[in-house]
Ligand binder design. Structure first.
Ligand code: AMP
Length: 199
């Protein structure tokens, strides 16, 4: 939604790694089991992915989805931005209850081609799971499983939650109630982005 509305490129290590897995590349094969089991991929691999992505696309504004997820990743991001002479404008922390997360992953459908995400409860896609943007197949993710969710939540609590304090110190953190519907959440995020956009 951010890319379509604001034209800002968005990248996500999770999406890159799923694509590598589907293509059967060495990186995809090396990380597939960690993704399936809900663990976090090593900081070294993730940081290299982001550095490569920034070399190709960085410089004119970007959004990272699902990065950083650990303190070493957050510290590396700061060094990358310093080298690019780019400020970190916003850190958006989407807060969602365990029930919300459970409900969302149970119904999540994702396009294998472009990453468009929707829900199987959306009448439009229930019978014809085809992406409205690129005609790719809408599929369930193999880590969207209630058993795997416990590992993902545990990884979040131990490795990602401490980032709240890290970003509070640099005063760029905005906590948003992610339990609301997609339009309400997107309009709050849009306001934050608009406030940061030069007029
Ligand atoms: P996501 O698509 O953001 O839900 O990520 C899916 C999976 O990719 C995660 O459960 C991790 O296995 C891996 N992953 C994505 N982003 C990161 C990250 N920043 N650090 C470590 N592993 C990640």
């Amino acid at each position: 939604m951010i890319t379509r509305h604001f034209g800002i490129p968005v990248t996500s290590p999770g999406a890159i790694l799923r694509r590598e897995r589907d293509l059967g590349t060495p990186l995809g094969q090396e990380t597939a089991e960690v993704l399936r089991s809900g663990g976090l991929v090593s900081d070294k691999i993730i940081i290299e992915l982001i550095e490569d992505w920034l070399r190709l696309h960085g410089g004119h504004g970007f959004v990272f989805d699902g990065f950083p997820r650990t303190l070493p990743q957050a510290e590396s991001l700061m060094s990358m931005l310093t080298k690019l002479r780019t400020a970190l404008d916003l850190v958006i922390w989407l807060e969602a209850s365990e029930k919300t997360v459970r409900d969302r992953i149970t119904g999540r459908l994702q396009c294998g081609e472009c990453g468009f995400t929707t829900s199987s409860s959306s009448a439009q896609f229930a019978n014809r799971p085809v992406c409205p943007y690129c005609d790719g197949r809408l599929e369930r993710r193999n880590d969207d499983d209630l058993g795997v969710l416990q590992t993902r939540l545990q990884e979040f609590r131990t490795k990602t939650e401490p980032l709240g304090a890290f970003y509070k110190k640099v005063s760029v953190l905005h906590r948003i109630d992610g339990n609301r519907d997609r339009d309400a959440v997107f309009s709050e995020i849009s306001r934050l982005i608009e406030d940061k956009t030069p007029k």
